[in-house]
Design a protein around this ligand. Structure first.
Ligand code: ADP
Length: 243
């Protein structure tokens, strides 16, 4: 679906965030970009989103540049409008594209249902827990029915219990929707649980050092599966070797 070819990005302050990154992402895959803080994961995600451009190298989308709404982006902070209800927050990207509420209402309700928040359409962000706010943020990305979901450490600020539940629900959602997910994380446990493919990055400049296919089964029980433990060990070995 997308090929990055020898992509490099150096910022005006001289920081070389990415060097010669080449990566093919297949439609429908769940790819984790994993590495320590500052290794260029967010920079790579921003390049994929078209929010930034490389200094060298290129990005090639097989079916041409994504149309508006085809890419969904989820940030670490839920970034909701505090005065607006959950439904109004989810409606926002459609409203910005000139779609009327009468046309959008069913889609907004469906997106809230997909993240398990059907009963909270009228709740304001301050009435929701951190995990629920992140669910609203994911629903806001899903309401445009994106083919690609780009997620930048969306669960990093959540407690471990909430985080596990959201990871499990995201995996179920990905399987249901069949979209492509590129998920940035610095947690190897998160990457090992979620992704079908783990792209390991080393810092300064960010480079891809390993690309690991996962055979970990789906579902909450996977955390207890030997394949999960083996993958965590494998990633740990690679990270040590790269350090
Ligand atoms: P990660 O997401 O892996 O934590 P980032 O992609 O955010 O890493 O950043 C990679 C490096 O590029 C860091 O050293 C960061 O300080 C630097 N950087 C990121 N964005 C900018 C920018 N707009 N201007 C200058 N330096 C930046």
């Amino acid at each position: 679906m997308l090929s990055l070819i020898d992509v490099s990005r150096r910022f005006a302050n001289g920081v070389e965030a990415l060097a010669d990154v080449s990566l093919d992402i297949a439609a429908g895959d769940f790819v984790a970009l994993l590495g320590p803080s500052g290794c260029g994961k967010s920079t790579l995600l921003r390049l994929i989103a078209g929010l930034d451009v490389p200094d060298r190298g290129s990005l090639a989308w097989r079916d041409g540049l994504p149309q508006p709404g085809m890419l969904g982006y989820v940030f670490q902070d839920a970034t909701l409008l505090p005065w607006a209800s959950a439904a109004e927050n989810v409606f926002l990207p459609l409203r910005l594209r000139g779609i009327a509420w009468s046309e959008a209402a069913l889609r907004v309700a469906a997106a809230l249902a997909q993240v398990g928040l059907s009963g909270f359409a009228n709740a304001r962000p301050h009435e929701l827990s951190g995990g629920m706010r992140m669910r609203v943020s994911i629903a806001r990305a899903l309401v445009s029915r994106p083919r690609v979901l780009l997620m930048d450490e969306p669960f990093a600020a959540l407690d471990e219990f909430t985080r596990h539940k959201l990871q499990e629900d995201l995996l179920a959602l990905w399987r249901e929707l069949g979209c492509t997910i590129v998920f940035v994380t610095h947690s190897l446990y998160e990457a090992a649980f979620l992704a079908r493919r783990i792209v390991l990055m080393s810092p300064q400049p960010g480079r891809i050092v390993h690309d690991i296919a996962s055979v970990v089964p789906f579902g909450a029980e996977a955390r207890l599966d030997p394949a999960y433990a083996a993958l965590v060990a494998d990633i740990t070995r690679h990270l040590r070797a790269a350090a």
